[in-house]
Structures are given as structure tokens and as C-alpha cells.
Design a protein around this ligand. Structure first.
Ligand code: NAD
Length: 281
């Protein structure tokens, strides 16, 4: 395993699993499989409505809580609430999370950020993250907030490598977690000839080559999978290295293509989307 060391000294594994769009039963099963295969980074969110299932899978495993790096995200409707962090901990059945994000850059984000700062000081979260925040809002957080963010979570993959954003984050010691690291499973991306070619050389699948490219680019990856073979394979990316030339060949597939783009209108809708986070098995 390789680790990213954050600007506050906290160390996080560079590969794990995400459970976006998983039912509670699917999340519980995938996290159990992942933990038994050695995966130690788990990414969920209030809005995924599967935090309780993730908590159950962690409790059922023989892995010590301190060996797991648990990530969750607050939804905008609770940014102003004093209980949102405690409610998240209760659903996850844990005393702390390793990294907590503000999930969306809605107008009330500063209320949420102050709440995360409070939780950080109280030892309830070990790091603060901004998810889906554009560069100018990250700069605003750096200028106005007392505690620097440690991580940013955005869409990133070989078709959309976020090169400019990374250049801005690096001097601040802020890491990047790449969501849709496999392009949400897009066959066109997975079938790019460069991945098959390098896969043959290293005895790896195209998905593993993509994930290895992420890690060597400094991105933390947490692909979603319900398939136990994929879960295992997505973690088996630390026994080989791509050369500088191979990294450059992968960089050439950049199409400036993202799969998802939230317009300001969609972000406003998120702020009003009142989810019942406790209504989950
Ligand atoms: P992904 O790029 O990880 O792709 C997942 C798809 O790839 C699935 O269809 C899966 O079956 C397939 N796949 C997984 N492993 C494979 C393998 N080894 N070979 C071939 N196919 C494989 O996209 P994702 O799962 O949607 O995103 C990853 C995580 O990012 C999510 O689970 C979630 O935690 C996070 N996420 C965060 C946000 C955000 O707003 N912060 C948004 C979307 C996703």
C-alpha cells in the first residue's frame, strides 16, 4: 500500500472502495469483502443512505477501527446543524471519521465548514475535505477559514485529469481523491488501446493500469464495485510501476471530457433536497 500524507500529517491509503449508489445490503457486502481483502479506505456519504450498513460491515470485520480510514460527507441541508457530525458518527457506529467532506459547494458552505472545524478540534474528524468545490471556492476557504482543508474530492480520470486544479492544490499540501476514477465504468475509456497494451506488459487489466496511473499521479482512488473479483483486483496495483514514458502515453488520452457536470441550478437543487438520512436499513 502507498499512502498520501496530508498537510496536517494524517496519512491515508491511496486506494480503497466507494459505495455511491449501493443499497445498504450491497454496501455491507462490498465493504466486508473489501476489508477481508486488505482494503482499508472506505468512502461513503450522508446522501448515499448506506452509512449504517458501512458501520455494520466495519463492526463485523476483525479489522481494528484504527487501521481503517473512513470517509463520509455532510449533505448541504445539514451544513447549519449542530448535530450533523454526531448523527453521522452514530449512523456509522464510530467515535470519529478520518476525513469528512462538505459534499457540495452550496451557498451555505461556510456554515458547514465551521461545523467541521469544530468537530476537528473536538477530535471527531481527523481531516476536512471539500467535494465538488471549484478552484475559486477552494481559494476562498484557504483565505477565510481557520483550518486549511486537507483533501478535495472531484471527478478525475484519464479523460479528465484535473491537471490545473492539482497544480493549485499541491503547494497547499491538499490531496485529491478522484471520483469516477474508472470513468464510472465507461467502456470507451477502459478500451483505450494504451491500457490493453500496458496491461499485457504488466499482466494487469485496463482498470488496474488506470488505477495505477492515478496513484502515480498522486490521486487517491476508491472505485465502486459490487464484484468481489474487481474489488480484489482494484487493490492489486501496488506490485508494479509505470515508467515516465508510459505515464506520458496515458496523459495523451486526455479529452477534457467529464461524465458529470453540476450546473449552478443543480447545485441550488441539492441545497433544497431534503433527505431523511436515518431512513435506511
Ligand atoms: P468508478 O469510476 O469507480 O466506476 C465504477 C464502475 O466501474 C462500476 O460500473 C463497476 O462495475 C466498474 N468497475 C469497477 N471495478 C472494475 C474493474 N476492475 N474492471 C472493470 N470494471 C470495473 O465510478 P463510481 O463507482 O461511480 O465512483 C467511485 C466512487 O466515487 C463512488 O463509489 C463514490 O464513493 C465516489 N463518488 C463521489 C462523488 C462526489 O460527489 N463526491 C460523485 C460520484 C462518485
Amino acid at each position: 500500500m502507498e499512502y498520501f500524507v496530508m498537510n496536517n500529517g494524517v496519512r491515508m491509503p491511496m486506494a480503497g472502495i466507494g459505495v455511491f449508489l449501493f443499497t445498504p445490503a450491497e454496501a455491507e457486502s462490498a465493504v466486508k469483502t473489501a476489508l477481508s481483502d486488505g482494503v482499508r479506505l472506505i468512502d461513503t456519504a450522508n446522501a448515499y443512505l448506506n452509512e449504517k450498513a458501512v458501520g455494520r460491515a466495519i463492526k463485523a470485520s476483525s479489522v481494528k477501527r484504527s487501521d481503517i480510514f473512513l470517509v463520509s460527507k455532510l449533505w448541504p441541508t445539514v451544513y447549519g446543524s449542530d448535530t450533523a457530525v454526531n448523527d453521522t458518527l452514530r449512523r456509522l457506529d464510530t467515535d470519529y471519521v478520518d476525513l469528512m467532506f462538505l459534499h457540495q459547494p452550496t451557498a451555505n458552505w461556510k456554515d458547514g465548514y465551521r461545523q467541521l472545524e469544530k468537530a476537528y478540534r473536538e477530535g471527531k474528524i481527523r481531516a476536512i475535505g471539500l467535494s465538488n468545490f471549484p478552484e475559486e471556492m477552494i481559494r476562498e476557504a484557504l483565505a477565510e477559514m481557520e483550518i486549511k482543508p486537507q483533501m478535495v474530492q472531484v471527478e478525475a480520470h484519464p479523460y479528465f485529469p484535473e491537471t490545473a486544479l492539482k497544480a493549485m492544490l499541491k503547494p497547499e499540501g491538499i490531496g485529491l481523491m478522484a471520483w469516477y476514477p474508472l470513468g464510472h465504468g465507461d467502456a470507451a475509456l477502459l478500451r483505450e488501446p494504451v491500457f490493453a497494451e500496458l496491461g499485457r506488459k504488466y499482466g494487469k487489466s485496463p482498470a488496474q493500469i488506470i488505477l495505477r496511473w492515478h496513484v502515480q499521479s498522486g490521486n487517491v482512488v476508491f472505485p465502486g464495485s459490487r464484484n468481489s473479483e474487481h474489488i480484489r483486483a482494484n487493490f492489486a496495483i501496488f506490485d508494479f510501476s509505470l515508467t515516465g514514458e508510459e505515464m506520458a502515453a496515458i496523459a495523451a488520452v486526455d479529452k477534457d471530457k467529464r461524465y458529470y457536470y453540476a450546473t449552478p441550478e443543480i447545485v441550488r437543487k441539492y441545497a433544497a433536497m431534503d433527505l431523511d438520512f436515518d431512513a435506511q436499513e
